[in-house]
Design a protein around this ligand. Structure first.
Ligand code: BGC
Length: 351
C-alpha cells in the first residue's frame, strides 16, 4: 500500500512510498484511511526540523490528524466495520512517569512519550492503518467529510478544559474570550468558546479569504487591529493564544482583565527575541491573580469531548474550515500553505 513517509531531520525527504500492508495485532482495529489533516508540525517535519523515526528505522510514516473507516474489528469490540474513527496521537512513555501511569500521557513528565506520525511511531498517512481499540475514537456517521478535524479539536478541547480547571480555583464566570489566530486551532477554539456560551472575539492579520466570514458565522467578532488595541477594547477574561508569535503572546498576557487566564497553544520557533517590560508584566500577573498556562496534545477524554463538539457543530461551518482537499500523490501541494488556507487535507483513498 502507499504511505507518505519522511526521513526525519532530512530536508526534501518526503515521498509516497510503497510499504507493507498493515496487519491488526490483538485488540487492534484495521482501518481504511480516508483523510489526513496537514498542520504546522507536519510542515516542520517535512522541512527536516522535527520528527523521529521508529527505533531501528530510517523513515517515519507521517500524519497525526487522522480519519478512517473501520475495515475489521476484533470479536466483542465496541467498534464495527464501517465506523468512522480517528486515532489518538500520543502514547505513554515506557517508564511510565506518574502522569502517563494515570492515563494523562498528554501531561507526560519525562518527555519519553511517543506520538504517531511525529515521534517514534508510524503515523496515519497511509491507505490503511491499525490502531489499538483504546486509542481509537468513534465519530458520528454524519461527520465523514469533516471528521479529519478531530485531532485539532481535541487540542482545543484540552485547552478549554485547562482554562476552566485553572479558573475553578476561585469564583469564575468568564464572559469574554479572545482567540488570537484564525487558523484551524483558533477557529476551533472559537467554536468551542461559543459552545461554552462565551462572547468570542478572534484576532488575525488576514483580512480576506474565508476567515472573517467563518468567524461571523459563529456569531463571534473578527478583529485585525493590534493585540493591544483589541484587548483594551474587549477586556478578555480568557485568551486562547494560537499564533505562537511573541508579540501577540506578551500582548495577550498584558491585556488580560483581573483573574484573567491566557492559554498558550502555539508552538513557536526558538531564537526569536523580544524586549518586554518584565517588571510591569510580573506586577500585573501578581496584582491581578492572572494565569498563563501552556497546553499541548490531548488524551482520550479530550478526543471524546472533540467528537461531541463536532457532532453538535454546524456541518457546513465545519466544511468551510477545509479549504483544500488534495490526493495523496500530490502531497507537495498540501505542504505548501496558502495565506487564505485554513485546513488542507490529504485524501488517502481518492480514486
Ligand atoms: C500535535 C500534538 C503534539 C505536538 C508536539 C502538535 O502538532 O497536535 O498532538 O503533541 O504537535 O509533537
Amino acid at each position: 500500500m502507499r504511505a507518505l513517509t519522511v526521513a526525519p531531520l532530512q530536508r526534501n525527504s518526503l515521498e509516497v512510498s510503497e510499504v507493507a500492508d498493515p496487519r491488526a495485532g490483538e485488540g487492534e482495529l484495521l482501518v481504511d484511511g480516508l483523510a489526513l489533516g496537514v498542520c504546522g508540525t507536519d510542515r516542520e517535519i517535512a522541512e527536516g526540523n522535527y520528527g523521529w523515526a521508529p527505533p531501528g528505522h530510517d523513515r517515519l510514516v507521517i500524519g497525526h490528524e487522522s480519519l478512517g473507516r473501520v475495515r475489521a474489528a476484533p470479536p466483542g469490540s465496541s467498534f464495527a466495520p464501517g465506523d468512522l474513527v480517528a486515532g489518538v496521537v500520543r502514547r505513554p512513555d515506557p517508564v511510565p512517569c506518574g502522569a502517563c501511569a494515570h492515563g494523562e500521557f498528554d501531561m507526560c513528565r519525562n518527555g519519553r512519550y511517543r506520538e504517531r506520525g511525529i515521534k517514534e511511531l508510524d503515523g496515519y498517512a497511509s491507505e490503511a492503518w491499525t490502531v489499538e481499540q483504546d486509542y481509537a475514537v468513534k465519530l458520528d456517521a454524519h461527520l465523514a467529510e469533516v471528521g479529519v478535524l478531530m485531532e485539532p479539536t481535541s487540542v482545543v478541547a484540552k485547552a478549554w478544559e485547562q482554562v476552566f480547571d485553572v479558573g475553578r480555583r476561585a469564583w469564575f464566570e468568564p464572559e469574554r474570550a479572545l482567540v488570537t489566530g484564525a487558523g484551524p486551532i483558533g477557529l476551533l477554539a472559537a467554536l468551542l468558546g461559543v459552545q461554552r456560551g462565551l462572547e468570542v472575539h478572534v484576532l488575525d492579520r488576514i483580512t480576506d479569504g474565508p476567515k472573517p466570514t467563518l468567524v461571523e458565522k459563529l456569531s463571534a467578532d473578527y478583529h485585525t487591529d493590534s493585540v493591544d488595541e483589541v484587548t483594551k477594547k474587549i477586556r478578555p477574561d480568557v485568551v486562547i493564544e494560537a499564533t505562537g508569535v511573541g508579540q501577540v503572546v506578551f500582548g495577550a498576557i498584558a491585556g488580560l482583565d483581573p483573574y484573567g487566564i491566557v492559554c498558550l497553544t502555539g508552538v513557536s520557533p526558538v531564537g526569536r527575541k523580544l524586549t518586554v517590560d518584565a517588571g510591569s508584566l510580573n506586577r500585573e500577573i501578581v496584582l491581578e491573580n492572572n494565569v498563563v498556562v501552556g497546553s499541548v496534545n490531548a488524551n482520550q477524554s479530550h478526543f471524546a469531548a472533540a467528537a461531541a463538539a463536532l457532532a453538535k457543530a454546524d456541518l457546513d461551518w465545519l466544511k468551510g474550515l477545509i479549504t483544500r482537499r488534495i490526493a495523496l500523490d500530490r502531497f507537495a501541494d498540501a505542504f505548501d500553505r496558502g495565506d487564505t488556507d485554513v485546513k488542507v487535507v490529504l485524501e488517502l483513498n481518492a480514486a
